[in-house]
Design a protein around this ligand. Structure first.
Ligand SMILES: Cc1cc2nc3c(=O)[nH]c(=O)nc-3n(C[C@H](O)[C@H](O)[C@H](O)COP(=O)(O)OP(=O)(O)OC[C@H]3O[C@@H](n4cnc5c(N)ncnc54)[C@H](O)[C@@H]3O)c2cc1C
Length: 440
């Protein structure tokens, strides 16, 4: 078993070998964490990886607007010190979610004030490329591109290797971070293990994202958002003096890629701001499109048996409605949990999957409380849903013009606070209960 000394000053002896399946955000963060404990970490990525911030087949979502939430930013900076100073050299600067955003949500304008919750708008390609550079520079880490994993090997209930092309690669730990298209359930079935139950919520969402040259005119907002209905739109500034403009439609009402229909879809939003801004900006080609049919949550935490030494995280466990911008931050929080789990001896994979499920549960609640409002959303509402829905509706309505409720809302949105804790704040509850019926 290979061994070497761990991160400088940590006193940790790094031993053994870990294999990460998937070289996107979750896989790279997992590799960063595993590199603290394992002498060798191999990241297997099916795609050929570009040596610049470029599109690739395995991450079609990278063409679309990606927000990194405040908690995700904190974790990235912790894992890669100086990351955001480097980003600033590309023109990526923090924007306050409340002060810098003009946000029309569920039929009302959100209040604007310096909240201290920053998003870092940047292209997803740039983010992934910069993270990849940092991970590739870690001792013991190899990123092997053009390497599709096709199965697992186990002996006496423990993983011993993975299949990559015709080759078998020995490993002590496998981390599945292969995204929505994960084959882990099928590989488990091939080995005679039960497969995890899959929870799906069908929303049939369409995305269209187009880049515009940012106009010179000064506005009183940097980000424009119109959300909470079956049609939504976002304007987000990214590096290179560009706007990343995304239109979203639910239940098969998908935004088109070309003009005049793209602009027509923007004009149909409940407020005219996004359409008006686009009329003053220069589009750089047609939009990229993406269809997101359903949320998918593989319930690994419910499995009665699972091979030791295999864990799953990121979109390979759960992919949410992407419009809420939670996926990368969820992967970052899960990476932190991976670090704790490895530090505690990594004895029970079930314990790791239970902790991942606890993270997913809160994110799921936030996202689905938006989508279950629509009768067309297909999927089982949780027990007690009408009461939960009522509370969430009131919470969101209260956050439109009450600073404390808005602060709590942003804490939950940026994944700094659990929704139940935000709702349990007596002062926020008081504001929610005093709202008139027409406000919720
Ligand atoms: C349209 C859209 C918009 C989004 N917007 C946001 C946003 O604003 N904010 C946010 O935080 N998140 C957003 N997300 C979600 C975010 O992209 C993901 O949650 C995030 O990238 C983490 O995904 P992942 O690394 O788990 O999987 P993925 O990004 O899907 O990556 C999986 C990787 O595994 C590789 N792979 C697959 N199978 C194999 C195999 N057998 N062998 C080797 N490699 C394999 C793939 O090529 C790919 O590189 C959005 C998603 C979509 C679809």
């Amino acid at each position: 078993m290979p061994s070497s000394s761990g991160p400088a000053g940590s006193g940790i002896r790094r031993r053994g070998r870990a294999a990460v399946i998937g070289g996107s955000v979750a896989g790279l963060l997992a590799a960063r964490i595993a590199a603290d404990r394992f002498a060798e970490v191999d990241v297997f990525e099916r795609d050929q990886l570009p040596d610049r911030p470029e599109a690739r087949r395995g991450t079609p979502q990278a063409e679309h607007t990606h927000a990194l939430l405040d908690r995700g930013k904190e974790i990235l900076e912790d894992l890669f010190p100086g990351f955001f100073a480097d980003m600033a050299t590309y023109g990526v600067l923090p924007l306050d979610t409340a002060a810098d955003a003009r946000w029309f949500h569920r039929g009302a304008w959100k209040m604007r004030f310096p909240s201290g919750f920053a998003g870092y708008p940047m292209s997803r390609r740039l983010l992934e490329w910069k993270v990849r550079q940092r991970v590739a520079a870690l001792p013991g880490v190899r990123i092997r591109d053009g390497a599709a994993v096709s199965g697992l090997r186990t002996a006496r209930g423990h993983v011993t290797g993975i299949r990559v092309g015709g080759e078998e690669v020995a490993t002590d730990l496998v981390i599945d971070a292969s995204g929505r298209g994960t084959r882990l359930p099928a590989w488990l079935a091939d080995l005679g293990y039960p497969t995890p139950p899959l929870t799906r919520i069908h929303v049939d969402l369409g995305y269209a994202t187009r880049l515009y040259r940012r106009p010179a005119a000064v506005r009183d907002w940097a980000i424009a958002l119109c959300s909470g209905g079956c049609r939504a739109g976002y304007i987000v500034p990214i590096e290179g003096g560009l706007w990343s403009v995304t239109l979203v439609g639910y239940f098969g009402d998908h935004p088109p890629a070309d003009d005049p229909e793209f602009l027509g879809f923007a004009r149909s939003l409940p407020v005219p701001d996004i359409h008006a801004a686009l009329l003053e900006a220069e589009p750089l080609g047609p939009a990229a499109r993406y269809r997101f049919a359903a949320y998918r949550w593989h319930r690994y935490e419910r499995l009665p048996a699972f091979p030791a030494g295999v864990v799953a995280m990121g979109d390979a466990v759960c992919s949410f409605n992407p419009a809420f911008g939670q996926g990368m931050t969820t992967a970052a929080v899960e990476a932190e949990v991976l670090g704790d789990w490895l530090a505690s001896g990594a004895a029970s994979t079930a314990a790791f999957q239970r902790r991942v499920a606890a993270i997913v549960r809160d994110v799921w609640l936030m996202a689905t409380s938006e989508d279950f409002r629509f009768p067309e959303t297909e999927g089982r509402r949780p027990r007690g849903w009408p009461a939960m829905q009522w509370l969430m509706d009131r919470f969101i309505a209260a956050s439109n013009d009450d600073p404390l409720a808005m602060t709590r809302f942003l804490q939950v949105m940026h994944m700094h606070r659990r929704p139940v804790r935000a709702l349990a704040d007596p002062r926020v509850l008081g504001t929610m209960l005093l709202l008139g019926e027409d406000r919720s």
